[in-house]
Design a protein around this ligand. Structure first.
Ligand SMILES: N=c1c2ncn([C@@H]3O[C@H](COP(=O)(O)OP(=O)(O)OP(=O)(O)O)[C@@H](O)[C@H]3O)c2ncn1[C@@H]1O[C@H](COP(=O)(O)O)[C@@H](O)[C@H]1O
Length: 105
């Protein structure tokens, strides 16, 4: 299992947890709209660091973005594997497009 799968499983378990026991449980208890809002805030913070060009800060903000993306997906019951499968499907599609675009002969 990847770290993303591990984190996703932890976040899923926090849906049943007491909101006072964990940041994730508290955020999930506030509902999908709040989770989406936090994801947006973290994405903006990552954009700011990307524009500034501070690689260490961008790395930290990117980790926040991934965590908050997983929380937002969990809040709407979208499985991480469904997102990963969609990426794999697109790889296949773009592979076909690349082949079709190659000159013949
Ligand atoms: N990866 C993370 C992670 N990244 C960021 N955060 C939290 O996300 C919050 C976002 O930061 P902000 O500055 O926006 O938070 P804030 O200002 O306190 O919040 P607001 O008042 O703005 O709503 C911080 O409080 C961080 O602790 C995370 N909290 C948890 N995790 C992972 O989730 C797992 C479960 O954590 P618990 O929530 O503690 O159960 C942990 O093992 C970690 O692996």
């Amino acid at each position: 299992m990847s770290i993303l799968h591990d984190l996703s499983a932890t976040i899923e378990a926090r849906k049943e947890a007491d909101p006072d026991s964990s940041w994730t449980a508290k955020l999930l208890a506030k509902g999908p709209e709040k989770c989406a809002e936090k994801f947006g805030e973290e994405a903006v913070e990552a954009i700011i660091e990307a524009v500034k060009g501070d690689r260490a800060s961008l790395t930290a903000e990117a980790a926040d973005v991934l965590y908050h993306l997983l929380v937002m997906l969990a809040a709407r019951n979208v499985a991480l594997d469904d997102v990963l499968n969609e990426l794999e499907r697109r790889q296949g599609v773009s592979g076909i497009a690349e082949k079709a675009a190659r000159p013949k002969g």
